[in-house]
Design a protein around this ligand. Structure first.
Ligand code: HT7
Ligand code: ZN
Length: 884
């Protein structure tokens, strides 16, 4: 396999100005004709060979300027078609290929999903449709003519506007689509099949009416109303917040059950996997509703950040993904509760991105090389990338950030650009320079920031000394300091924020005020290895509230004492930091209990911690969803990530112990929260209802962990009386924590109820896969053979196999049975769908973090995988890097 390097980027020698595609769809084979107007890519013209990418294609013919090209004028290998001496200047090229979508289980290129045709071209799937310069900096205007059987494929869709359609002989029909915007081929899409649509419209800020259509199989149409609502809200939000208006008169969304990722932002023809569009109160949870809102927003927002301005090359992926994830996070925050959304996003970062950034797959948000680009759609590029974008907003404020965005579009609309172009637009629009900020794009590893504080009563000065360290990562032993914005407030002894008047750093005093009004939070610009910031006019020793709102994606190591943390948990005006204080306390507690467990000491819970959580639980002023988050312990993954040798058994035992002990000690409060948060009102997806259900469900889970008859009865009752999936599934999850007949009966009852709905069945798989009941490897193995499971459907694979890998106790079973299970599944899956297989194999990547026995068992599986015959490049790259 060939490794591709950022440093080798070269502009294309040839440009494609227009691309006219013709598809003759057939059951057995599909013929693709591509007519391209080619021009030289550099001013001097070019006579170099024109290399086109291609994969799994049968070449039928090539014509240059209308004349068939003789076979000695080109070469073909399994990955390329090379025209040896193209004409000088502008010329036309016509290539005819044959493809076999019904055999394509990789779900990239053109494939069939439940009989319908569908495409997925990002990152490099277009080369499975026709020979092409498959790279994002080749942007062209496209037309697409689709021809197929009218009964089998009544709906024929592609990008842009429908400019012609009609019937043909032999029961066929055709449609001709034209996209007026230049685009890279990864945004091309075609869908054909038996679909119906929900239609609505949106009037843009300039008064244009846009037709909106969501296409699904007829029986699912009633489940598309929330997706349509989400789309209209997203369109409105982008106009209001960024002044960005939709640019065509039609916007289509298509739902397919078989899809490798969540969704795809093809120009005016977004494709979504079913889970992220279809929802009804009975069959979808609040989490599903929230995910639909976020992902519909995400794909829509790509129309500007990704489609109108795209990436020069795939190394710049975070330019569109980090920015668009940031935009969807902000959209969800504005429509829901900002603090709760921030907590959810930061928890995800800590549980998934930080561990990855500390392992063999660590890479900067702009990677330096790849073998398969699909392997780099990682949390780093997406979620860490979003944090990097968020830091610009933290530095420049909402209006400065907007100015930067405006300048970015003004400069680059219609172009394929780089992360530096985004940085330059942000800085230029704000007349700013952010020293060391670009390091965020090139250095891997999570920085640790240490903070020590001191107070001098005589001079009324409060000092914060900051130092930073970025750990070594593969290929990057030494690191430069990063630009880290640290948002800080000072809390007085009554729990109030102190006004901040002036600060001394870098030899200068800076007066702090906002147009004469006092300010309570300031952002320290920390950009060296060590720096001291001194707050003046501080009348008493404050408790500092550090990194408010999680202003930078770092690990913070401060000298706050336990009593400072309990104080912040009770008082901080920054709600995020209230939650954070509780999490730090919980982490400290878990670490000390893990040590006790490892030394076989009796475990005991500190009463201050119980009292702190009781006070939160009893609060009538705090948001209910916030309370639910604040009483939830850090995940097992997050704790293991912070241990020198990850010990899944100890972490699991301790987390289970704390959960049960809290349930025991807070039983009355938890019961009160469950009963007082029942509601007989019809399901609504609004913040108050979601928050009420979140609190009730979290408390029920605590109670059920006690496994006592009264709480089991309560959970069974909640299960039976639930009128929506959020409460029904939460009750099922609560019951299934404890092995035994009640669990088995509830799981069977649920399956019998929902077996016709494959999305609900996927949840049922995930619930069992993530369970930490003893002997769960065998259960999951059995579920692989369940009639509802299908290895060709990514959603089911992510639920069952992905879910299993995310459950530390079962996957890391000491006898290696979890590793063996995954090793075998990966090889099976790789033959069907390499992208999905490589996502599964990455569960092995952190094998060095465990004890020697586990290391040997996991390594053996990786070695078995890498030596298998016919392994895909996708899986090979992950296995190779994991073993390095
Ligand atoms: N931009 C989209 C990425 C995507 C993708 C990448 C690799 C393989 C399959 C894929 N499907 C979609 C999705 C997004 O940004 O939401
Ligand atoms: Zn995206």
């Amino acid at each position: 396999p060939k490794e591709i390097f950022l440093k080798d980027y070269k502009k294309p020698d040839y440009l494609f100005d227009t691309v006219d595609l013709e598809f003759q769809l057939g059951d057995e084979k599909t013929m693709v004709t591509s007519k391209i107007a080619v021009s030289p890519g550099n001013e001097a013209g070019t006579s170099s060979p024109l290399a086109l990418h291609g994969c799994d294609l049968k070449l039928l013919s090539i014509k240059i300027n209308g004349t068939e090209l003789k076979s000695d004028k080109y070469t073909v290998d399994p990955r390329h078609l090379t025209i040896l001496t193209p004409p000088a200047g502008v010329f036309n090229m016509e290539i005819v290929t044959e493809i076999y979508p019904q055999l394509n289980t990789s779900l990239e290129g053109l494939y069939r999903s439940t009989g319908n045709f569908c495409t997925q071209c990002e990152a490099e799937g277009f080369r499975k449709i026709t020979y092409f310069q498959d790279r994002p900096d080749v942007m062209a205007k496209y037309t697409c003519r689709i021809e197929g059987d009218k009964t089998l494929y009544p709906v024929l869709l592609s990008n842009g506007n429908l400019i012609e359609q009609g019937d043909l002989e032999g029961g066929k029909h055709y449609a001709l689509w034209e996209d007026p915007f230049k685009k890279p081929c990864y945004l091309f899409a075609l869908v054909a099949g038996q679909l119906e649509c929900r239609e609505d419209s949106f009037v843009t800020c300039s008064g244009r009416k846009v037709t909106l259509r969501i296409w699904t199989p007829a029986q699912d149409l009633p489940k598309t109303s929330h997706a349509m609502y989400s789309l209209k809200e997203a369109m409105k939000w982008d106009e209001e917040v960024f002044g960005l208006e939709y640019d065509l008169d039609l916007f289509n969304i298509v739902v397919v059950p078989d899809f490798n990722m969540g969704a795809m932002e093809n120009k005016s023809l977004n494709v979504f996997q079913s889970r992220l569009v279809l929802a009804s109160p009975e069959a979808a949870t609040d989490g599903d509703y929230a995910a639909i809102l976020g992902v519909i927003g995400h794909e829509y927002f790509h129309n500007w950040t990704g489609n109108r301005v795209t990436c020069r090359d795939w190394f710049q992926l975070t330019l569109k993904e980090g920015l668009t994830v940031f935009r969807d996070q902000e959209f969800s925050s504005d429509l829901g509760c900002r603090t709760v959304k921030r907590i959810a996003d930061v928890s995800k970062l800590r549980s998934y991105q930080f561990p990855q950034d500390a392992g063999p797959m660590a890479h900067p948000i702009r990677p330096l090389s790849y073998i398969k680009m699909d392997n780099f759609y990682t949390g780093q590029l997406l979620f860490l990338g979003a944090e990097v974008v968020r830091m610009y907003k933290t530095m420049f404020g909402a209006s400065g950030f907007r100015k930067g965005m405006d300048l970015y579009f003004q400069r680059h609309d219609g172009q394929a650009v780089t992360c530096e172009d985004f940085y330059a637009a942000m800085c230029d629009a704000n007349n700013a320079h952010l020293p060391n900020f670009l390091q965020w794009y090139s250095q891997a590893g999570t920085p640790t920031v240490k903070v020590t504080s001191s107070y001098d009563e005589g001079s009324q000065a409060f000092s914060l000394k900051l130092s930073q360290e970025v750990p070594p990562t593969p290929g990057q032993p030494m690191k430069e300091p990063m630009f880290i914005p640290v948002a800080v407030g000072l809390v007085d002894s009554t729990g109030k924020d102190m006004p901040l008047t002036s600060i001394y750093s870098d030899g200068r005093v800076q007066t702090l005020s906002n147009d004469g009004h006092p300010i309570f939070t300031t952002v320290l610009q920390f950009k060296k290895n060590e720096e001291e910031f001194i707050f003046n006019n501080v009348p008493e020793r404050p408790v500092p509230s550090l990194l408010r709102g999680y202003s930078a994606p770092i690990r913070l190591d401060s000298d706050l004492t336990e009593s400072d943390l309990y104080f912040l948990l009770a008082n901080d005006s920054d709600e995020f930091n209230r939650w954070e204080a509780g999490q730090i306390l919980a982490r400290k507690l878990m670490f000390s209990l893990v040590a006790d467990f490892q030394q076989q000491k009796t475990l005991a819970l500190n009463t201050k911690f119980v009292d702190g959580l009781r006070a939160i639980l009893r609060s009538t002023s705090l948001d209910k969803e916030f309370i639910a988050k604040a009483i939830t312990l850090p995940g097992q993954g997050e704790i293991m990530d912070m241990m020198s040798i990850a010990d899944p058994d100890a972490v699991h035992a301790v987390r289970t112990f704390i959960k049960k002990e809290l349930a025991f000690q807070l039983k009355d409060d938890l019961l009160a929260a469950v009963t007082s948060n029942r509601s007989s009102e019809a399901y609504a997806f609004n913040h108050d209802s979601v928050a009420r259900r979140a609190l009730k469900n979290t408390c029920l889970a605590y109670l059920a962990s006690l496994n006592e008859p009264d709480v089991t009865e309560l959970a069974l009752n909640e299960y039976k009386c639930a009128t929506n999936m959020t409460e029904q599934f939460a009750a099922l999850a609560a019951l299934s924590q404890n092995p035994g007949q009640v669990r088995e009966d509830a799981l069977l009852d649920f399956y019998n109820k929902w077996q016709q709905d494959y999305l609900v069945v996927s949840k049922w798989f995930a619930l069992q896969a993530t369970s930490d009941i003893p002997g769960n490897v065998a259960n999951v193995q059995k579920l692989l053979a369940h009639p509802a499971f299908d290895m060709r459907n990514p959603n089911k694979v992510y639920s069952l196999i992905g879910g299993f890998c995310g459950s530390p106790v079962s996957f890391h079973a000491k006898d290696g049975s979890g590793y063996k299970f995954l090793g075998e599944v990966v090889l099976q899956l790789d033959k069907i769908n390499p992208q999905v297989a490589s996502r599964m194999v990455s569960a092995f990547s952190r094998w060095r973090r465990y004890d020697e026995t586990r290391q040997a068992l996991a390594k053996a599986q990786l070695e078995m995988i890498i030596s298998a015959n016919g392994l895909s490049e996708n899986v090979y790259e992950i296995a190779l890097k994991s073993l390095a």
